[in-house]
Ligand binder design. Sequence first.
Ligand code: HEC
Ligand code: HEC
Length: 220
Amino acid sequence: MKMTVSGVRSVWTVVALACASFANVALAQDQPLQGDPKHGKAISYTCLGCHGIEGYKNAYPMYSVPKLEGQRPEYLAAALHEYKSGDREHLTMHSQASTLSDQDIADIAAYFAGKPLVSQGKPAGTPPQAATLCVSCHGQDGVAIAPAYPSLAGQHQDYIARAIDEYRKGGRKNPIMKGFAAQLKDEDIQVIAEYFSHEQHPSLSTESRPYTALTASHGE
Ligand code: HEC
Ligand code: HEC
């Protein structure tokens, strides 16, 4: 028996060595793509038509266009892939994301993230009872604890409420959030959205538009 086992093992060693270079290629492809914020900026003109205007609203239903600056690039890229694949239902964002290659998505995510928020460990107020589970991923102060999680600090209140409702109703299909959202009542959602959206430091912000008439004269 021992002979057989070591025989099998040495065969595997040979196979492993033979495949090592292929394995490296496969591993390299599994790594998240490195984003180039300069190229991201160059291709984000259309995006800024909505995401670069403070207080801009989605129509029918009416809610605020989300702030992107300060999120982690990993999260922004994941969100864009979900609009592209349909795991998040939103007509405009689906058509926007569908025009982007994987590399474009990485580039644009790097640009929009800017300097991702870093928690200062000082939440403004006490998280409401209904957010007890939420803070373990989204942070006491709304600054996400891992790159794949979105920060909620200073995000528009109506957008946070809308997003939670979409997980509850199934328009957003992320299985983790679907489970958490399903347990929330309408009142909980309002209280949670209000807590994270107000007076948290640091906070997400709306990207400034580098090419508006006002800044164009500065040669941007
Ligand atoms: C017509 C307005 C509009 C345009 C143009 C637009 N967006 Fe959006 N974007 C939205 C709205 C509204 C949402 C929220 C959708 C939802 O409810 O899920 C959104 C959501 C997002 C999100 C998810 C944010 C989060 O917190 O999860 C990202 C990332 C994003 N957009 C990036 C982009 C990029 C990149 C472009 C350009 C290629 C772009 N958007 C163009 C309106 C727009
Ligand atoms: C285990 C970690 C985890 C927990 C706990 C959790 N979330 Fe999330 N949350 C996520 C992830 C991951 C996403 C991104 C899902 C996606 O891709 O759409 C997310 C997305 C969200 C979004 C959308 C943000 C945006 O910018 O679009 C909101 C709002 C949100 N969560 C609120 C909550 C609330 C409220 C709770 C508690 C009831 C909660 N989350 C609990 C991991 C978590």
